[in-house]
Design a protein around this ligand. Structure first.
Ligand code: GLU
Ligand code: ZN
Length: 304
């Protein structure tokens, strides 16, 4: 029998892919590392399909993803959560934040025009244009007011992070003007309500954790432990994406075994000395965050 005491101390990890394309080796790395970390601690591993954006998400990709995870031997615990079915929950939590939010009708171009080019390195920092405005007319997004304050947190791989939300992103969007709830809100609500204690994902989301930690604070939830991992890059040093066809799982499944793929990844991630075929179960006793490199990992396209 599970008692409340067990629940509060149990490790719960998760994998939260967006079904906007086929899985590639980079997604497999995120799934594998979060599975290994949770399972090594005797924890549970949950699967959540982040299909909030109806324009970009497809059930077909979600189905493929689940088939790929099963094929790899990365099995999840409990029901699969679909974000597209949880909009009533997000609405409720957005309401809870209403003292901290305001409506914004700015377009991307207006925001770019209002931003001094040297202010950020390519990021869009919202300058707060609509904070004290009564907006009407155009469809409005909902933004969260952020304090001019450092958010300080620890990452298991990258160490201590200090992010000032005011200069990093400014007031950020919780619901888009087309009514779609934003990733930042949904991820916090879902992880908190699922009891997730550990978030493992690519380092492209390392600084997003600051936005999420702020939301945890406002909603009165305890934030999880964050473990960001280096990105897998192709031979041009670019992050793997759908263009790297030979590293998409569909293509890899035609000429390689699951054990070969897990073995290659384990080797690339610094967990084993040679890329020998192995199952996730066999990798479990060898897994340690201490061996995961900080710098991005170059993966050479597999040629046959
Ligand atoms: N859905 C996000 C992605 O596929 C991951 C979100 C997360 O792990 O927090 O990039
Ligand atoms: Zn605005």
């Amino acid at each position: 029998m599970i008692t409340p005491a067990d629940i509060s101390t149990a490790v719960i990890g998760r994998f939260a892919p967006s079904p906007t394309g086929e899985m590639h080796l980079g997604n497999v790395a995120a799934a594998l590392l979060s599975w290994l970390s949770a399972k090594q601690q005797g924890g549970m591993w949950r699967l959540r399909i982040e299909d909030l954006d109806p324009q970009r998400s497809r059930q077909e990709y979600a189905d493929r993803l689940m088939s790929d995870l099963e094929w790899l031997g990365l099995t999840w615990d409990g029901e699969v959560l679909y974000q597209s079915q949880r909009t009533d929950i997000y609405r409720q939590y957005l309401q809870q934040l209403q003292d901290y939010t305001y409506l914004c009708t700015c377009t991307r171009n207006e925001i770019l025009a209002a931003q001094a080019p040297h202010e950020s390195d390519g990021r869009i920092v919202y300058p707060g244009t609509c904070r004290n405005k009564q907006v009407t007319g155009r469809p409005a997004a909902v933004r969260l007011m952020v304090p001019n304050e450092d958010i300080i947190y620890d990452d298991r791989v990258y160490g201590q992070q200090t992010v000032n939300l005011a200069t990093h992103c400014g007031d950020f969007i919780l619901r888009r003007s087309d009514g779609v709830f934003a990733y930042q809100l949904a991820v916090v609500v879902d992880d908190a309500l699922s009891g997730v204690t550990e978030v493992v994902r690519g380092r492209d989301l390392l600084l997003s954790a600051a936005q999420q930690i702020y939301l945890y604070r406002l909603l009165g939830f305890a934030p999880p432990v964050y473990c960001h991992h280096p990105l897998l890059v192709n031979n041009q040093g670019q992050r793997l994406c759908k263009r790297d066809r030979s590293l998409a799982l569909g293509a890899m499944r035609t000429n390689r075994t699951a054990e070969q793929i897990i073995g290659q990844l384990a080797h690339a991630l610094g967990l084993v000395a040679a890329p020998e075929p192995m199952t996730p179960e066999q990798l479990l006793p060898l897994f340690t965050w201490d061996n995961i490199p900080k710098q991005d990992i170059k993966i050479y396209e597999y040629e046959d």
